[in-house]
Structure formats: structure tokens, C-alpha cells
Write a protein that binds this ligand. Structure first.
Ligand code: MMA
Ligand code: CA
Length: 199
């Protein structure tokens, strides 16, 4: 088995080559199908030059795309449609749903239920909770150990922001909601709460 690092490298090169094909400038096999012979022990310079020109072509596409995406992000932020913290983007539909429906809706949208990992992310979610004046479920569930909560990906919560006296109903309130001051309360999962997703 290759190490994870090697696997990532191989995957990276494979992705790069595939993208080149998609751009219509085959990087690898052209040097072979052109009948060029690989030097016995050296590097195929034509292949290198193919790869470099392919990298240029990818830049030609990536840079304008990045520019377009950051402008769109600017508009969405200005309109208060999204908030961001670190690399994460948060968004709401303004609608409410119970916990499991929220998880499902966020997944369908290509994201996941908002799960704050630090104060900045908590504040980014709180923005919507305040704006709609509705509590929101967060992506955490109580574990088999009462009062101990895990994020939905199974990771332990390094950051928590419990309201004073919470979690209160150890073992009986398996979900977590955010109050309008940004603090958290353990709560049953079947209430209607603001849908906030992360992307
Ligand atoms: C409710 C419920 C609990 C919460 C307490 C706080 C009475 O129960 O929302 O989850 O801990 O209020 O008073
Ligand atoms: Ca509670």
C-alpha cells in the first residue's frame, strides 16, 4: 500500500493530467503516440514542455474563474446572503426544519449543517440567528456518554459555547441549538429551527 502522502501525489498528478486532457491538450501520451522515443534514463523534455504549457492553460482558466468567484462572493456577502469565517462559508434559506431535515437539506445543497469550530465560525452562524431571530440547530449530537457531544463527522468538539447551566438534560436532549446570543443549548431534535448550512 502506498503511503497517504504518495497516494495524494499520485492522485494530484493524475488529476493534473486528466484536466489537461479535458482542456484538449494531452500532456502525457502525445509524446508517446507521436512516436518520440523516451531517452533511456533521462526525462522526456517534450513531456515536460507539454506539462508546462498545460499548466499555463490551466492558469488561463483558473485565474479568471477565481476572479469571478471572488466577485460573486463579494455580492453575496454584501447582500447578507452568506457569511464566511476562515475558509468556510455559511448560508441560510431563512426556512426552519427539525434537526434531521436540516442535515438532509444541507447535504442536498452540497454542504453540511453548520458546525462551529471556533469563535469566528460561531459568530458567522450567529449573524443569521440574529437576522431571522430564530435559533438554529448545529451539527453536533450527544454521544453515548451523557453530556458529551460530538460533531457529526465523529470528531470530538474542541470548541463549545454552552449557555450557563447547559448541557442540562444529559442523555435526554441529543441535539444542540444556538440561542440569539450565540450560546448553545442541548435540545430535543424535533423542533423547527433555522436551517444554516456550511460549505
Ligand atoms: C428548556 C429547554 C432546555 C433548556 C432549559 C433552560 C425547560 O427546558 O429548552 O433545553 O436547558 O429550557 O431553562
Ligand atoms: Ca438544555
Amino acid at each position: 500500500m502506498p503511503s497517504p502522502q504518495l497516494f495524494r501525489k499520485i492522485f494530484g498528478v493524475a488529476f493534473f493530467l486528466l484536466t489537461c486532457y479535458a482542456l484538449g491538450s494531452p500532456a502525457g501520451p502525445r509524446s508517446v503516440s507521436n512516436g518520440r522515443r523516451l531517452p533511456e534514463d533521462g526525462v522526456d523534455e517534450a513531456l515536460i514542455s507539454d506539462l508546462l504549457s498545460c499548466a499555463d492553460e490551466m492558469d488561463d482558466i483558473h485565474l479568471p474563474l477565481q476572479h469571478l468567484i471572488s466577485r460573486l462572493e463579494g455580492v453575496l456577502r454584501l447582500e447578507g446572503k452568506i457569511t464566511a469565517s476562515g475558509g468556510k462559508i455559511f448560508a441560510t434559506s431563512g426556512k426552519t426544519a427539525d434537526f434531521y431535515t436540516t442535515v438532509q437539506k444541507c447535504k442536498q445543497a452540497g454542504g453540511s449543517i453548520a458546525t462551529p469550530r471556533n469563535q469566528g465560525e460561531n459568530a458567522a452562524i450567529l449573524y443569521f440567528v440574529k437576522q431571522f431571530n430564530k435559533y438554529a440547530y448545529l451539527g453536533a449530537k450527544e454521544s453515548l456518554i451523557p453530556g458529551k457531544f460530538y460533531s457529526l463527522n465523529g470528531a470530538e468538539m474542541n470548541y463549545t459555547n454552552w449557555h450557563l447551566g447547559e448541557p442540562s438534560a444529559k442523555g435526554e436532549e441529543e441535539c444542540v441549538e444556538m440561542y440569539t446570543d450565540g450560546t448553545w443549548n442541548d435540545k430535543k431534535c424535533n423542533h423547527n429551527r433555522l436551517i444554516v448550512c456550511q460549505f
